[in-house]
Ligand binder design. Structure first.
Ligand code: FES
Length: 611
């Protein structure tokens, strides 16, 4: 039972000083999650395993227990460093977060929209008769009659949010412009509204991006991005689902909706756009992110039979979805395909034009999960593999996200291993692209064997240069030292994590090829979505057996395909009309019950150069 207490928690973070009351006995992490708009990292979701929720504290907390002592040195503990999820509040405390992933690389670019600009929110200008003492019809009824719906028979009542906008606009005079999404009356704009502007949003588990679109020209005016502030509840989808089970979906919904609202404000205000010229907002994300955005408990997606609460295309009112915005516009939620293939993938299929292609084409989006799509104009199949967070650096001993100081590129120059870091800063860890490079090089040098064993010093291949031998220790491969002089060690367990992740994606590709009934040579090319696709070296990805060597010359980084698809939905009435059929037509292949996937997974555990 929680004991209410009069303790205060003071947050000192990047010029911010804020105090709130807190309960005693709860974890410091839980107390910190109560700060609104707080940028804090808790990658393992408070399980006490990642050691990254480091804070400097002054005040009364429970004494460190075994797990915290394991993850923090005695010197750090003596200085007042604690892990927020492993200590409990026992008095007034002030806290300074120590680990920050701010400054991370976020992919916002994507191919420009190339179709005909014909916005999904169609505009229809009407004049409404002034109400008089003699004409006592309600505003809604007056509108219905204008729309030739007689006395409203057969027409669904307008949502109250639109009735409010209608009344307001009518009294302003000068007529109104109705906005339709498909057949649905979705907005009432003042006067003779022009094409205006739209906002397309991609809610990723790690990052969020919002694009301001000119709905007359189809151009993207500006993009803003940030790390998804739900990261204070965990770095991956499963941690977020668990947090929604523990605390309800509301805190996670609030975190992302507030963050997006601020981004939308910034786009509108900094670009001097009038709020009444905003015509619509589109939203894409994976299925769990779509649920949390909507404030719906996603727990059933995470357990068999993995059923989401909703999947279909939706048109919502911004007063419900973004209550802080000073505009009433339609919010278009892109349709998901299944619990594991979300609206971000539907958006990717749309923007990569998979449905318009003659030759089968792969679309691969690798994050915590690896979503894979294979198809053309005739048929599209898709699966999701549990790629694990290895490629995001999350469960690698010295793994980090794509943040300044991360080793992002490793290459072999003769027999010398060279590397670069993001921003050219002293190394702090290795991010996904560096991890794939490193494993590829260690495989090529024979330091990792075919089965994925990182060889100990006494088993290294003959002919290996002395300086490379010296980099191999019993505990693993020592790439370099970090800026504090600690080894950047790549351990046998890290190799195992990469091996599991790459086998899972490679076997997923195999299963889809078999389901489609084609050989890999018949595939036209691979579109790699998101940050993973933008930053990895494709020959390293082929070198570890993640991607098929037959397609090495046909791999295309596609940027933020989810954002591109969300933008296309706003820019194209045709896309809006077809997107539900597009999503419903994708054949989802569930791998958890597939024996064939298990067989291929075991085969793909081997590294390719030695198979
Ligand atoms: Fe606290 Fe991972 S150790 S969030």
């Amino acid at each position: 039972m929680r004991i209410m207490a009069n303790y205060t928690l003071t947050l000192l973070s990047e010029g911010r000083e804020e105090t709130r009351r807190t309960d005693s006995g709860i974890s410091l992490l839980e107390a910190l999650q109560g700060f609104e708009d707080f940028d804090f990292d808790a990658p393992c979701g408070g399980k006490g395993t990642c050691g990254k929720c480091k804070v400097l504290v002054d005040g009364r907390l429970s004494p460190p227990e075994e797990q915290e002592r394991k993850l923090l040195s005695a010197a750090s503990l003596a200085k007042g460093v604690r892990l927020a999820c492993l200590c409990r509040i026992e008095g007034d405390v002030s806290v300074t977060p120590l680990f920050s992933s701010s400054g991370a690389r976020i992919v916002t670019h994507h191919a420009a929209f190339s179709g005909r600009v014909d916005p999904a929110v169609r505009l229809k200008r009407i004049e409404l008769p002034e109400p008089t003492l003699e004409d006592q019809r309600s505003d809604e009824l007056r509108l219905r009659e204008i729309l030739k719906d007689g006395n409203g028979e057969g027409m669904r009542p307008l949502p109250l949010s639109l009735v409010g906008a209608l009344t307001l606009r009518m009294r302003e005079g000068g007529g109104v412009t109705l906005g339709y999404a498909g057949d649905t009356l979705a907005a009432v704009f003042p006067g003779d509204a022009g094409p205006g502007y739209g906002i397309a949003v991609d809610i990723g588990t790690t990052t969020v991006v919002a694009y301001l679109l000119d709905l007359a020209s189809g151009e993207t005016i500006k993009a803003v991005s940030g790390l998804n502030l739900q990261k204070a509840w965990g770095g991956d989808v499963i941690s977020r689902v668990q947090a929604a089970i523990d605390y309800g979906p509301e805190p996670l919904q609030k975190a992302v909706v507030n963050q997006l609202s601020r981004m939308i404000f910034r786009l509108i205000e900094e670009n001097e756009i009038a709020w009444e010229d905003l015509r619509g907002i589109s939203v894409a994300g994976n299925t769990v992110m779509m649920h949390l955005f909507a404030g719906i408990d996603p727990r059933h997606i995470a357990v068999s039979p993995f059923i989401p609460s909703f999947c279909g295309l939706r048109v919502e009112a911004s007063s419900g979805a973004f209550p802080r915005l000073p505009a009433e516009v339609p919010v278009l939620l892109l349709p998901s395909i299944s619990g594991f293939i979300g609206a971000d993938i539907t958006a990717g299929i749309l923007s990569c034009k998979i449905r318009e292609r003659d030759q089968p084409t792969l679309l691969i989006d690798i994050g915590t999960n690896g979503e894979i799509v294979l198809g053309n104009r005739e048929r599209i199949v898709a699966c999701s593999t549990a790629a694990g967070p290895a490629f995001e650096g999350a469960n690698i001993s010295r793994g980090v996200g794509g943040i300044p100081g991360a080793v992002n590129r490793i290459s072999l120059d003769g027999d010398r291993i060279e590397f670069t870091t993001i921003g050219g800063l002293p190394p702090i860890g290795i991010c996904g692209s560096g991890i794939i490079d490193l494993v590829s090089i260690l495989v090529a040098l024979g330091i990792i064997d075919e089965g994925g064993r990182l060889l100990p010093p006494d088993e290294l291949p003959e002919g290996l240069a002395d300086h490379l031998r010296e980099m191999v220790a019993e505990e693993g491969f020592r790439l370099t030292a970090d800026k504090e002089g600690h080894d950047l060690l790549f351990t046998p367990k890290d190799v195992r994590e990469v091996q599991l992740a790459k086998a899972s994606v490679a076997a997923g590709i195999d299963v889809l090829l078999e389901a489609y009934g084609i050989a890999v040579e018949e595939v036209d090319g691979i579109y790699l979505a998101g940050g993973f696709g933008s930053f990895i070296d494709t020959s390293s990805a082929v070198g570890i057996g993640l991607l098929p060597p037959e397609l090495i010359d046909h791999i295309h980084p596609a940027g933020n395909t989810a954002g591109a698809g969300a933008a296309e939905l706003l820019l194209s009435a045709d896309a809006f009309a077809k997107i539900q059929d597009l999503a419903s037509g994708v054949e989802y292949v569930e791998l958890s019950a597939s024996l064939r996937f298990q067989e291929l997974y075991v085969e793909r555990m081997f590294f390719p150069s030695l198979v």
